[in-house]
Design a protein around this ligand. Structure first.
Ligand code: PAF
Length: 281
């Protein structure tokens, strides 16, 4: 497996591959890979001749230095997992100085309101940081296709908006959330949960399913109230938000409409922040 740590080497390698007609797929990650990431990598391998995976824990998207410091990381294990899928994957594993040679700071983007609620509201500058790094990575890899999981649905919409507004010649491919058998969405942060916290965390998916079940019969405020009550019954869970919103603009829904809607949830379980969402159609 080829591993690059500097921008100029990976750029010149990919340029050569592109010149001879290769289609490039790209999976950006912050490492601590799990089956959710691996399903994105496998999809990219199926749909492209070349697959690039980046592993870079991006400092500008953390609003809290403790969260950044304790973000799980295990590069040797990640390399092993990627090799077990294919030795042909190209890994880009730069350090902060390489990516932020202009200083560790975010650029400012206008997301047309997509960052107004949920993660954008709870985590200051989070999406400016995400967009900054993804924009940099896109200009390095110049992929034909880039793969994002729907678990981070707001992030996915922000990137779709970025690619559209900047007229970047890359297709954003949406990939369904992978779950444990008990419904817990796969996330690198799950590795920070104890066995019992993991069990408690399944209540987030249960709450989302409750919303889905009641969406056509109950008033939205009633659903939100009941979800809050359900979550409150578990003292280990600290709810950040529960929200029903339309998929396109991510505006909170006040009453039913014909659009494609989703229910979103974020909560702390034993201090670990988890997010999840499901479609309601
Ligand atoms: O979803 C992630 O892992 C990160 O937000 C991303 C897209 C790799 C940017 O750092």
């Amino acid at each position: 497996m080829l591993i690059f740590t500097d921008i100029s080497s990976i750029k010149s390698h990919l340029n050569k591959l592109e010149k001879v007609g290769n289609i490039i797929g790209f999976v950006p990650t912050m490492g601590s890979l799990h089956n959710g990431h691996l399903s994105l990598v496998k999809k990219s391998i199926l749909e492209n001749n070349v697959t690039v995976v980046s592993i870079f824990v991006n400092p500008t998207q953390f609003d809290n230095s403790e969260d950044l410091q304790t973000y799980p990381s295990n590069i040797e294990n990640d390399i092993g997992l990627l090799k077990s899928i294919s030795d042909e994957i190209i890994l880009f594993n730069p350090d902060s100085d390489e990516i932020y040679s202009d200083g560790i700071k975010s650029h400012q983007f206008d997301f047309n309101g997509l960052d107004k609620h949920m993660e954008g509201k709870s985590r200051q500058n989070h999406f400016q940081g995400v967009a900054t790094v993804v924009n940099k990575l896109l200009s390095i890899v110049e992929p034909d296709n880039i793969y994002f999981g729907e678990k981070d649905f707001q992030q996915l919409r922000i990137i779709e908006n970025l690619v559209f507004e900047k007229k970047i010649n890359t297709k954003v491919v949406r990939c369904e959330t992978l779950r444990e058998l008990d419904g817990l969405a796969l996330s690198s942060r799950n590795s920070k949960l104890s066995f019992s916290s993991k069990k408690i965390a399944t209540n987030l998916f249960k709450a989302l399913n409750f919303a889905k079940e009641k969406f056509s019969t109950l008033d939205i405020f009633e659903i939100e109230k009941k979800v809050r009550e359900k979550i409150k019954a578990h003292s280990e869970i600290k709810l950040d938000y529960f929200m029903i919103a339309d998929e396109e603009k991510l505006e909170p829904l006040i009453s039913g409409n014909n659009k494609k809607n989703r229910a979103f949830i974020a909560a702390y379980i034993s201090g670990v922040r988890l997010i999840d969402n499901i479609k309601l159609y």
